[in-house]
Design a protein around this ligand. Sequence first.
Ligand SMILES: [Zn+2]
Length: 72
Amino acid sequence: MGTWTANYVIYENHVNKHIGIHKNGCSQIEKNGGTGIGKYIGFASKNDAYEYAKNIDLPKNFCKFCIKNDKD
Ligand SMILES: [Zn+2]
């Protein structure tokens, strides 16, 4: 899925209506959805990712594999 320089990755899906928040490199990132129905956005820091997620009106899924909880 290309190269990321980001430390955190958000998968945003307006069809299945959720976003997934991952640390970069998580093996679960690509399992969030099929090609063409979502987009991936890289962030330099967790704060950047969370700030972005806060402003998106979709349910947030914090990946249980790479992020233990949303206070992590
Ligand atoms: Zn993950």
